[in-house]
Design a protein around this ligand. Structure first.
Ligand code: SAH
Length: 364
């Protein structure tokens, strides 16, 4: 049995079952045994693969998007270029290479990477070591110096801890993680107390579901958007968040654990599998609106990348190196095809007041 399971079961025996969010926090970020704290999980040989790791074109288009956004903000002499959860640093590295073509952008950018994992910070430092850019790290968005900002994040929101609620006896209850019995170390889901005032956090279209229904609450999304809205209050800013999930709030348990590209049960081996949950884009854009930042999207990834010019980028790369033709075609397909990442993954943008329409989005 792993140290993590021993510790979690002792904690549950002493202080009672944990919320799903507390379980996720331990499993992913415990400084000693947490999944992100200890591993470099991203890539073909690891547990999961992300869009920037599929193709350099992904980060390049994000870089051009950021450069256009900087121009839209009036080319501030100095601005914060912030990435949330940069993983291996690949997206930022590709973005900086592409954005270099826009005069002044790189000189103006102060780059900060928001990263919780010490293991991934060191991977990022080596990926970006040759970029020539001045880079710093922070654990929290709130701690980054104020000023005009461009914020980007791919597959960051999906690993923020979620709470789950179950409808029981006509009321919403917290779903908790407990033990199968007093003497066991097997983790199981158990029904917790009524949500009380937190029932307000349930999306309006899901509030009246029948007994047995399950919904997820995403307190981390609210916290991140709150920090973004604070930054955008006195300075211009634009944020691009990319993740997987439905456009309209849906019921259902979406906790997913991945290990070596295979799904495993979320409670089975905490610390050794990546645990994520789908992002609820309807609630996300609504939070943004409530906070006074202007939401755009969600736009499906395939549509977004095509409108930003992924096909002509692929054509240019093929022209420069004709033997990459099949590889490039395959990468475009993986990123944009509806059966691949093209529709499940979506882009949303949040703007400070008064900026023009962001690239890749249409007016509402
Ligand atoms: N954006 C990268 C990595 C996605 S994995 C890519 O697309 O490849 C999620 C990343 O977010 C990891 O780098 C993880 O360590 C980081 N992360 C997750 N939750 C975090 C938090 N609360 N604070 C800071 N970093 C976090």
């Amino acid at each position: 049995m792993s140290d993590m399971v021993t510790r979690l079961s002792e904690r549950i025996r002493t202080t009672g079952p944990l919320t799903v969010a507390a379980f996720m926090t331990e499993a992913l970020f415990d400084p000693k045994d947490g999944y992100y704290a200890t591993k470099d999980p991203i890539g073909a040989g690891a547990d999961f693969i992300t869009a920037p790791e599929v193709s350099q074109m992904f980060g390049e288009l994000i870089g051009l998007w950021a450069a256009q956004s900087w121009l839209d903000m009036g080319s501030p002499e100095r601005f914060q270029f912030i990435e949330l959860g940069p993983g291996r640093g690949t997206m930022m590295s590709d973005a900086l290479r592409a954005a270099r073509t826009v005069p002044g952008f790189l000189d103006a950018a102060r780059i900060t990477l928001i990263e919780a994992s010490a293991a991934l910070k060191s991977v990022q430092a080596s990926t970006l070591g040759t970029s020539g850019a001045q880079i710093s790290w922070s654990n929290r968005l709130e701690a980054v110096e104020s000023g005009p900002s461009i914020v980007v994040g791919n597959e960051f929101l999906d690993c923020l801890p979620v709470r789950q609620a179950i409808r029981h006896g006509g009321e919403w209850h917290e779903r908790l993680v407990g033990l199968e019995n007093e003497d066991s170390t097997k983790l199981v889901f158990v029904l917790g107390p009524p949500l009380g005032v937190d029932t307000d956090l349930i999306p309006a279209n899901l509030i009246d579901l029948p007994d047995g229904s399950l919904v997820e609450l995403r307190p981390g999304d609210q916290q991140i958007l709150g920090a973004i809205a604070d930054r955008f209050k006195n300075d211009k800013g634009r944020a691009l968040l990319i993740d997987y999930g439905p456009a309209i709030s849906e019921q259902g348990d979406t906790l997913q654990a991945l290990r070596a590209h295979k799904k495993v049960a979320p409670l089975d081996d905490p610390g050794n599998a990546d645990i994520t949950a789908r992002v609820d884009f309807q609630s996300l854009t609504q939070y943004g609106r409530n906070l006074g930042i202007t939401p755009y999207g969600p736009v499906e990834q395939g549509q977004f990348l095509i409108s930003l010019g992924i096909e002509s980028r692929a054509a240019a790369l093929i022209q420069a190196a004709p033997d990459t033709k099949a590889t490039m075609a395959r990468q475009v397909w993986r990123l944009t095809d509806p059966e691949q990442m093209g529709t499940l993954f979506k882009f949303v943008c949040f703007d400070s007041v008064g900026l023009p329409l962001p690239p890749g989005f249409s007016a509402r």
